[in-house]
Design a protein around this ligand. Structure first.
Ligand code: ADP
Length: 394
């Protein structure tokens, strides 16, 4: 039976899983966390192993070596990578070639927060297993066909031609959530008006009309839209100009500020973790304000997308916060009865799959980005990847 490995790499972590073809079924999963820090660790579960150990991983190259030493890579039919940005050229899953790596390297400045590390992982695998098939699955794919008006940024035209537009992210998660709605027999997935809220460390919303994405909160990069654990989300460009001038920030310092020092962490001054903030919000005004701002922003997006959709049939909560925090879901939905959104307190408190008590069906769905990567890779293996790439003119 064929097996594949999925890789979901971030700036300081790599989540991985091994899938077997039928299902596909996850037979092993794990993560290398805190890469580059003194307390880096590896955990892994499945196939009789339950491992947790501290490791020394100064960089992503070493992390790949740890990973490939820990699992039987020789038996893999392919490795599937989540790649955050595909730019204008790439959207559907694609066999990784040298040409593609060149293209993605040129795309690096589009998303310096993610692409360089992802390319490093791809390269490290290639060096160790030069004959291994590697497949890129792009987080930008789901929103590829957004209506033109949703993709345009109000800046001079010449930039649109250079690819500076809304791409949207969290596409693997949204694809999974839509498939899940279909599996659950929810007709809104194909013929209704749906808002998907992926609320994790990275957070975004997507509006889907009759099965087609209509708008999404992340834009040219995943730093836009909602405030997140450490990212600002939308920010008045005047603040950028003012800070760069008054604080004499370099591009790198500014980028660090908006990507790593802001959001829940920036407003609370103490933590980027929603659980921490909820625990201390009664005695800590700054933690309270951070949580309040997050819920308020999500609520505003729901209102905006209900307007864009001309009403609403289904609202889906997902991601670590959306799946686990009844308090946050309730606060977001407070006052939205006029849209038909009402929460059943008991179902919400118990994290039931359906938590609504009003006209709009409000669901809690556990997302699975790795499974989406696995499905794409297996279907590419079946359809002879090489020929697919030749025909890909995206
Ligand atoms: P990532 O985007 O890194 O995959 P996750 O989807 O795992 O992140 O979401 C992490 C966020 O979910 C953190 O802010 C964490 O505090 C929050 N979270 C997880 N469980 C709960 C919970 N029970 N209550 C509130 N927040 C939670």
């Amino acid at each position: 039976m064929q097996r594949i490995l999925t890789i979901n790499g971030g700036s300081s972590s790599i989540k991985f899983a091994v899938f077997e073809e039928v299902g596909p079924e996850r037979v092993l999963e794990g993560a290398i966390e805190r890469i580059g820090f003194s307390d880096a660790s590896l955990w892994m579960k499945g196939q009789g192993s339950d491992v947790f150990r501290q490791i020394v991983v100064p960089d992503h190259g070493t992390a790949v070596a740890v990973l490939t030493d820990s699992i039987d890579c020789g038996a893999l039919a392919a490795v599937g990578h989540r790649v955050v940005h595909g730019g204008q050229r790439y959207s559907k899953p694609h066999l990784i070639t040298e040409k593609m790596i060149d293209d993605l390297q040129n795309l690096g400045p589009f998303d310096p927060e993610h692409l360089p590390e992802e390319l490093m992982l791809i390269d490290a695998f290639h060096r160790k297993f030069p004959d291994q098939k590697q497949v890129a699955c792009f987080d930008t794919a789901f929103h590829r066909d957004l209506p033109r008006v949703a993709t345009l940024l109000p800046i001079p035209r010449r930039f649109d031609e250079k690819g500076i537009r809304r791409y949207g992210f969290h596409g693997l998660s949204y694809e999974f959530l839509m498939q899940e709605l279909v599996r659950l027999g929810d007709t809104a997935a194909t013929s209704g008006r749906v808002i998907l809220a992926h609320l994790g460390n990275g957070a975004s919303l997507s509006a889907v009309y009759r099965g087609k994405p209509l708008d999404t909160s992340m834009s040219f990069t995943p730093a836009s839209g909602l405030m997140m654990s450490t990212r600002t989300g939308e920010l008045d460009p005047g603040v950028a100009a003012y800070l760069m001038q008054s604080e004499k920030l370099t591009i790198e310092q500014f980028s660090h500020l908006v990507n790593h020092e802001s959001g829940l962490l920036g407003v609370s001054g103490t933590s980027s973790d929603m659980r921490d903030l909820l625990m201390r919000e009664t005695n800590d005004l700054r933690a309270f304000e951070a949580v309040e701002l997050f819920c308020y922003q999500v609520k505003k997006y729901i209102g905006a997308y209900a307007a864009a959709l001309g009403g609403l049939d289904v609202l889906v909560f997902s991601g670590g916060i959306g799946e686990n925090s009844a308090v946050i879901r309730a606060r977001i939905c407070e006052g939205l009865a006029f849209l038909g959104i009402e929460i059943d307190e008991k179902c919400n408190a118990e994290n039931e799959p359906v938590i609504s008590g009003g006209r709009v069906v409000v669901r809690v769905v556990h997302t699975d980005e790795e499974l989406m990567i696995a499905k794409s890779v297996f279907s590419m293996l079946e359809s002879k990847i090489d020929r697919d790439n030749e025909n890909d003119n995206t």
